[in-house]
Design a protein around this ligand. Structure first.
Ligand code: ATP
Ligand code: MG
Length: 364
């Protein structure tokens, strides 16, 4: 798929902007603080209805304006689509072909993107929350039903947590309420986790050979999902439900004492191993960056496998960070198949073979 046109109104530092793109490499060149990342972010938000930089949507609206609007025309195998997302104090409204979408989870996924930005190093180095967000966003864009289950899970989790805070002087009524909530929570947890297992399995399948290629056959990447209960990828839904129930039974007293839910998808994490060693602890800066890059390139293939088309690739400030070998490896991987957007402050950092094929946009 590719993006033909992008129109921004009151988005960050853009009052009004309109651009057309070709289905190839598009380079945004400009000095610091001109609005390069803002364009990349806008494309990302058009696809995901969420920013990769902030969870506070208000920041996306141009200062002193009431709303921000992003519009795009995309070309897919199934035809062309017009997308529109309006962000205001009242929230977000999304349209596909001028039809308002009742739920954002139904809108997300019309356009698929993979973003690789400097913050993605946090995928390896950062807190578990960063990795959970990565998993959730990526599964969400290929499987909207995942976002439904996740949303239900989070709602039930909040209810269960507030009940747990009041459980010390427990009554019969509260006990029954807790049982009901736990049953419902466990059901959604299982629906979330089973999709996460499948996603990690696919990601591993793609990332391993890609990582081997980028590291010149020197490194083997393994991705491991660490669940907070005794569940595994070999279990079916009912087995997972059972395992969670047992877990909650076991930790009941501790949960009441602490007043929070201590197991479930919101406590899980990912680990990355290179040649058997945890990259978060032992990896060099370069190995961590290569790991993040392998994950992103794997995602491109994973999305192609799931939705039948390549997503857009957004490379914010990262191309010039990669050495020549990694740059050409990346470009060979996407070669003519993936519409790519690149930002840079100078053309020096970008390989001439890339620039030859690119459309240039000066951002000022
Ligand atoms: P760099 O090379 O440093 O990464 P950039 O070109 O990527 O720079 P952007 O992050 O796109 O720069 O930001 C451009 C400008 O947009 C910044 O000066 C910032 O202050 C401004 N900006 C950010 N949010 C808003 C907003 N809501 N309203 C108006 N301007 C904003
Ligand atoms: Mg930037």
């Amino acid at each position: 798929m590719h993006l033909n046109e992008l129109r921004l109104t009151n988005y960050r530092n853009y009052k009004k902007m309109e651009l057309s793109f070709e289905n190839k490499i598009n380079v945004f060149l400009g000095e610091n603080a001109q609005g390069k990342t803002n364009v990349m972010e806008a494309i990302y938000v058009l696809a995901m209805a969420n920013s990769h930089r902030t969870s506070r949507d208000k920041e996306l609206i141009k200062w002193d304006e009431e709303y921000a609007k992003i519009e795009g025309r995309i070309e897919k195998k199934t035809g062309s689509l017009s997308l529109q997302l309006v962000i205001s104090q009242q929230g977000k409204k999304a349209k596909v072909n001028h039809l308002e979408q009742k739920k954002l989870s139904e809108y997300i996924g019309a356009l698929n993107v993979v973003m690789f930005a400097p913050e993605d190093l946090n995928l390896v180095k950062g807190s578990p929350g960063v990795r959970r967000r990565f998993i959730d966003m990526e599964i969400g864009q290929v499987q909207p039903v995942y976002l439904y289950h996740l949303g239900q899970y989070i709602k039930l989790l909040q209810q269960r947590n507030s009940l747990l805070k009041n459980m010390r002087n427990s009554s019969q009524e509260k006990m029954i309420m807790m049982e009901i909530l736990t049953d419902q929570l466990v059901e959604q947890a299982a629906n979330v986790i089973i999709r996460r297992f499948r996603f990690i399995e696919l990601l591993q399948e793609w990332a391993e050979p890609i990582h081997r290629g980028i590291s010149r056959n020197l490194e083997e990447l393994k991705i491991q999902y660490n669940p907070s209960a005794e569940v595994s990828e070999t279990m079916d839904l009912s087995k997972i439900v059972e395992a969670y129930k047992q877990k909650f039974d076991k930790i009941k007293d501790r949960e009441i004492e602490r007043g929070v839910t201590l197991a479930g998808p919101h406590r899980d994490d990912l680990s990355f191993f290179v040649n058997g060693k945890d990259v978060q602890t032992f990896g060099s800066q370069g190995q961590q960056r290569t790991t993040a890059l392998s994950l992103k390139l794997a995602e491109i293939e994973l999305i192609k496998g799931e939705v039948g088309e390549y997503p857009l690739l957004l490379l914010d400030d990262v191309l010039s960070e990669l050495d020549d070998f990694r740059q050409s490896h990346l470009l060979n991987t996407i070669q003519g198949r993936v519409q790519t957007f690149v930002t840079t402050t100078s053309v020096e950092g970008i390989h001439h073979s890339t620039l030859d094929k690119a459309s240039m946009f000066e951002v000022k």
